[in-house]
Design a protein around this ligand. Structure first.
Ligand code: GDP
Length: 301
């Protein structure tokens, strides 16, 4: 976790340094404030949140009449934390209830890091001593199920998959949950396809997977995987998904090596659901629960 924090800090401090340097100027001019706005926008915080934050800071500077870096830092910290919203429930529903496992459906566009995140989440839950199963419901590409099985072997989680390319994704998901019931697993994590060029088909497929699985057990968690580096385009995709399936949480990947952390605030506001997990690299240990305080600390230092 320390290592992940350091990685997050590296990618966020660039933005933090710029902001603090700008904000501690004597007698902030109109163009200084525009620079502050530009920096926040460049982090993908979004127009609305940026305007709100800048207005709050301007008011504080005016009322208190100081640009002392330490004071400004504490304002920035408070205002950012409020935007990130520490009150949201970010726990992952991962406990067996009655006679069935917790079911987690993982959705998102191809390439965002879906399969990788399923693998890493498996690792996190195995470390909590839970019995996990993966379901490979991306049956469109044989390579997708292979990739998931490989992750399964890596983190010690069996994968339920179909040998047939093009099998019905809902039936694979059903089999995975059924196996989870028979084996008394704690959690079944289902990886889904993300071919966006057949959007209607994809959304219908996700709906069907959910309906079919829910004949056996409720789907307690639908996690949307979003690539932090894809900006407005990624946001639009996220909104498309959220319109069609009831998302319960966001996994924001590739936050390592990007200063675009502001997207956390943006996506939470747009979708009204919390960022629950963040991806900070390609390795099995590079997934962390999203911690608002640590996130803001990484920006303001
Ligand atoms: P999927 O098509 O959505 O299932 O995406 P994959 O899981 O295959 O991931 C696509 C690429 O993104 C792979 O090369 C992953 O190693 C990489 N990736 C996934 N998550 C992260 C992350 O948090 N950070 C970085 N740097 N790379 C990631």
């Amino acid at each position: 976790l320390q290592r992940l924090r350091a990685r997050l800090a590296r990618s966020n401090t660039a933005m933090g340094h710029v902001l603090l340097a700008l904000l501690s100027r004597e007698g902030l001019s109109e163009s200084d404030w525009e620079d502050v706005e530009d920096t926040l926008l460049a982090s993908d915080l979004g127009v609305e949140a940026t305007t709100e934050l800048v207005n709050a800071l301007r008011t504080q500077v005016k009322i208190e009449g100081t640009t002392d870096p330490e004071v400004v830092r504490s304002w920035l910290r408070t205002d950012l934390l409020r935007l990130v919203d520490p009150t949201m429930d970010r726990r992952i529903a991962a406990s067996r209830t009655e006679n069935h496992p917790a079911v987690i459906l993982v959705v998102g566009v191809n390439g965002t890091g879906k399969t990788t995140s399923v693998g890493k989440l498996g690792r996190v839950l195995v470390a909590e001593d839970k019995d996990i199963l993966f379901g490979a419901a991306d049956t469109f590409r044989a390579a997708a199920a292979d990739q998931l099985s490989t992750w399964g072997e890596r983190v010690g989680v069996p994968t339920v998959r179909s040998q047939l390319e093009g099998a019905d994704p809902a039936s694979v998901a059903y089999e995975a949950v059924k196996a989870g019931i028979d084996l008394e697993s704690d959690v079944v994590i289902i990886d889904t396809a993300g071919r966006l060029h057949t959007k209607r088909g994809l959304m219908d497929e996700l709906g069907k997977i959910k309906r079919v699985v829910e004949k056996l057990a409720p789907v307690g968690e639908v996690l949307l995987v979003l690539d932090a580096t894809t900006g407005q385009n990624g946001m639009r995709q996220a909104e498309e998904f959220a319109k069609e399936v009831a998302i319960t949480g966001i996994v924001l990947t590739k936050l390592d090596g990007t200063a675009k952390g502001g997207i956390v605030v943006n996506v939470q506001r747009k979708l009204g659901v919390p960022v629950k997990l963040i991806g900070l690299g390609e390795g099995p240990d590079d997934l962390a629960p999203f911690d608002p305080e640590a996130f803001v600390d990484a920006i303001v230092g």
